[in-house]
Write a protein that binds this ligand. Structure first.
Ligand code: ADP
Ligand code: MG
Length: 373
């Protein structure tokens, strides 16, 4: 009669509605992202948004800043070249007092240690990527790299060979010019972070192409890159050009991450597909980045990528589970099996199954907590 068939239809409709509710599907991505982000934080990897976590597994090129990222960023003066070493250090430190560069800190520290008297500087100027200059007792004093001296027409040939030797051993040399003449030079050395070499090896093993970028000169940069195992060196890059270098690599079709710490890295961090800032870096770099590594350990870069891979795998598995479950049970709820086996899905069982699918998706997301990264 008409009444049982109405009931039959109603029960089936309710069962279908219960099964078709895409609860588990809605949970699949956010739960995995939540657990993944938490897992990152536990390991000192702060991820700003879900998108970065979802994109990081696609990275196939990484550009590392040198100073403060691959190195500790605390250079120390190693050599002072020239006749009057005290005067050279005094002039250099007097200029660098107004600079915020890590090279400046090294020189000031050495002047402090040697109890060198500082002098008054007028018209101080800092030229990004080149060096600093100012007037001391009416003389134009400048301190910076070879490029800076060349730009100002100062001949450095009398120190040329010594400078090259220092650079080949990974030291950064700053030349002191007074009234257009080379007076001396100061070299500093920065130490490579303990975790740099292993961090880079891990990434290379993942098939990722590694670049080092720096404003430092080519010889020093190559020496340091070689000691870490990096072949691609972008040296003597002006702060304003770092961003363009990242874009160049993107243009050849790479998904690029940039890892940096300084103000001068901020535009490149923003331009990269994923910007990674060192927690020890400047606020501006952290602000521009998508991911911040709280500890200065470079192995965290590969951990972040692994975390992204595992999170994506979890999301895919969740979606498969949630979707597959609907695909199988909706026809059953509709009564597809009824004509053949008299099997119907009771709405009570439908609700239980639905709850179970949500629980299993959440449980699967939680397994991410135990993943090794
Ligand atoms: P990095 O990418 O290594 O931080 P920068 O672009 O800041 O490099 O600087 C590049 C180069 O410019 C330095 O290696 C140094 O030779 C010169 N330079 C920059 N700032 C100073 C400074 N305050 N004093 C002396 N030299 C400087
Ligand atoms: Mg730096």
């Amino acid at each position: 009669g008409p009444v049982p068939s109405f009931l039959f239809a109603l029960l089936n409709m309710v069962a279908v509605l219960i099964i078709a509710c895409p609860c588990a599907m809605g949970l699949a991505t956010p739960t995995a992202i939540m657990v993944g982000t938490g897992k990152g934080a536990e390991n000192g990897i702060l991820i700003k948004d879900a998108q970065s976590l979802e994109l990081a597994h696609k990275i196939n090129a990484i550009v590392f800043d040198k100073t403060g990222t691959l190195t500790n960023g605390k250079p120390e003066v190693t050599d002072i070249l020239g006749e009057n070493k005290n005067e050279i250090l005094s002039l250099a430190a007097s200029l660098e007092k107004s600079s915020e560069h890590s090279l400046a800190a090294a020189i000031i520290q050495r002047a402090d240690r040697d109890k060198v008297k500082l002098q008054k500087v007028d018209k101080f100027q800092s030229v990004a990527g080149y060096g600093v200059w100012g007037l001391v007792a009416g003389k134009k004093v400048m301190l910076g790299n070879k490029r800076f001296m060349k730009k100002e027409g100062i001949d450095i040939s009398k120190l040329g060979e010594t400078i090259e030797q220092l650079e080949e051993s990974g030291k950064t040399v700053m030349i002191l010019g007074v009234d257009g003449k080379t007076v001396g030079a100061i070299s500093v050395a920065d130490t490579v972070k303990e975790s740099s070499k292993e961090g880079i090896t891990l990434l290379k093993r993942m098939g990722i192409e590694i670049f080092m970028i720096t404003g430092d000169n080519e010889k020093t940069a190559n020496a340091i890159a070689k000691s870490i195992g990096i072949q691609n060196v972008l040296a003597e890059v002006l702060p304003s050009q770092k961003e363009e270098e990242v874009r160049k690599i993107q243009r050849i079709g790479k998904i690029v991450a940039m890892v940096g710490d300084g103000i001068n890295d901020a535009p490149a961090l923003a331009a990269a597909d994923i910007g990674i800032a060192m927690g020890t870096g400047t606020d501006i770099a952290i602000e521009a980045a998508d991911i911040t590594l709280i500890n200065k350990d470079l192995r965290s870069v590969s951990s972040a990528i692994k975390l992204s891979k595992k999170t994506m795998r979890t999301i895919r598995f969740n979606l498969f589970w949630a979707f597959g479950y609907n695909v199988v049970l909706i026809p059953v709820a509709m009564g597809l099996l009824y004509p053949f086996f008299h099997v119907l899905l009771n709405p009570i069982f439908a609700s239980m199954a639905m709850a179970l699918s949500s629980v299993s998706v959440v449980a699967n997301s939680l397994t991410l907590k135990k993943a090794k990264i």
